[in-house]
Structures are given as structure tokens and as C-alpha cells.
Write a protein of this length. Sequence first.
Length: 342
Amino acid sequence: MTSTTNVRTDTDDRPQGSDFARLTKELKAAGLLNRRRGYYLLRMTINGLLLGAIAVAFVLLGNSWWQVLTAGILAVISTQLAFIGHDAGHRQIFRTHRNNNFVGHLHGGLTGISYQWWVAKHNRHHANPNHEGHDPDIEIHALAFSRAQAAHKRGVYSWITKHQAFLFFPLLLAEAAVLRIAGLVALCRNELRNPWREAALQIVPLAAYLVAVFLVLSPVKAVVFIAVHQGLMGVYLGCSFAPNHKGMPIIAEGQRLDHLHKQVLTSRNVTGGRWVDALLGGLNHQIEHHLYPHMPRPNLRRAQPVVEDFCLRHGIPYSKTTMVRSYAQVLRHLHDAGAPLR
């Protein structure tokens, strides 16, 4: 699907929320909106044990090049921790904001990503997915997601956009660092509530991380460790989020859709077994997640056939494909969006 495709608005005359209300009733009847605290307790316990094992291995290995492997494994665990922070931000774990925020802030500190900054940004994305001028996930300096965006790129950004399909995965190496820096910038600009708490959650873990790495490893090995850890974490995060909306229809300024159509038409599911659910943190069920952000992750797989059948019965296009094909669609979309600069 090319970057110039826009979402049709011929469904806007439907009663707002009527179809969505019927779908919600089906899912509630199946118990799919109920919390799954036991699942999250088990998931967080496993993540905590794995993180502890990595810390022990790091100390025991000492100043060794084998720590590159440790850094790679830590990147995977860090991303899994970020998935828990994501779920907490959507109130998937507990009913109260207080308990979810506690888990979210804790995991934000462990991953180095400001939980408060990220939740605000992510909520804007959920409210307006693929909506030009409103979705921060398609307002990125180094990338263009439509030919109109490409036409406004200048300088080095113009060159990057021109070749963005080939540079996409290399650029993801910086994703974790960019997210960390964005939170610190928001803190410095006084854009976050409780700045002292935010400063402690971002700066103290970062300082402890750097002290531990440079204390155990030689300067060269320490820099390599950090680069591998942050780079692979960035690629993992980017590869988990990119297939969800990139290459799907763009909503132009002035277009309006009801919640059901807006979320389904701009989202793409990635098919596969439970290993894909675990690998992508449940984000492969992106349509269901965007329709019901508070639905617990383990319920998304069960909700998927219900939602797909509902969309089929109501004539709403439902997009799903394999992981490999989803990345191919993303790259083709990026290549097309950058065409005016070539």
C-alpha cells in the first residue's frame, strides 16, 4: 500500500460507536476484558530472575569479550521489560492508575525510558494512529511516511529519507538511545510532572549502569558493551513496533473516522504462534490492542478471531500478514514515500 493512500471516509455516516458497542459486548461476554494479574505476576517474576541471572553472569565473566554476548541477552531482557511498562501504561495489569503507574515507573527506570514521557506520547498515537499532524509516531525528522512529508525534508534529513528503505534497520540501532534522550530532554524542559522523581528514575539507574559497566570492563570493552546493548535493544523495539502501522493507510488532515474504523483500518496484525506473541510482546495483535488498549496481553490472541469475524460480517477490511511480509510491506512503503527525492 503506497504512502499516498488515505483512509476512506464513506463510513463516517454510521452511528458513532454502534458497531463498536456490539463488538465490545461480545468480548465482555467472553471475559476477554477481565484482568490477568496472575499472568503478569508470573511474567514479571521470570523477567526479574532473568535480569538477576544476567547481573550475576556479568560480574562472574568480568573483563572479558564474552560480555558482548551478555550485552545481547540483556538487550532482549530490557525489551521484554519495556513491554511490561507498555502494558502498565495501558492499565492492562491492574484496575487502578496508582498500581499500574508503580509498575510502569519501575520498568521505565530499569529500561532507561521515561515512563511518564512515553505514556503521554503513546496516548497521542493511540488517539490518532497514522493521522498526519497528530500521530507523533509518523512525525519523525529522519523518516517520511508519505510523499508529502518527503517533500519537506531538507539537508541531511533529505538524504536519509531518499534512502530510508535501505537505512531503516541501521537507523533502529539508535532507537533506544533516542527514546532515553527524549525523556531527558522532556525533563530538562520541565515538561514532566514530579520532576525530582523523574530525575531520580532516569539519572540514578543510568549512573549505576555506567558505573557498573566501566568498573567491571576496560574502557574499550565498556563502550562496546553499551553499544551492543543499546543498539540491539533499539532494533528489537523498532522491529516490534514498525510492522503495526507503517505502510497502512494515512489519515489526511481534516478526515474523521469513528473509533472502530480508525483503529482497524490503520493497523496490521502479524500472524504466528505463541512464540510470536512472546517475541513481540503481544503487539502482533495490533488491531485488537488498538481497539481495546486496556485488554490484557494474553487475552489478545483469544480476541483476535472474534474481532476478525466481526469485521468480516460488517465489511471492514482486516489486515494481517506474516512477520517477514510485514517488514517487506514497511520497506516498500518507505521506498515509495521517499520517491520524490530520487
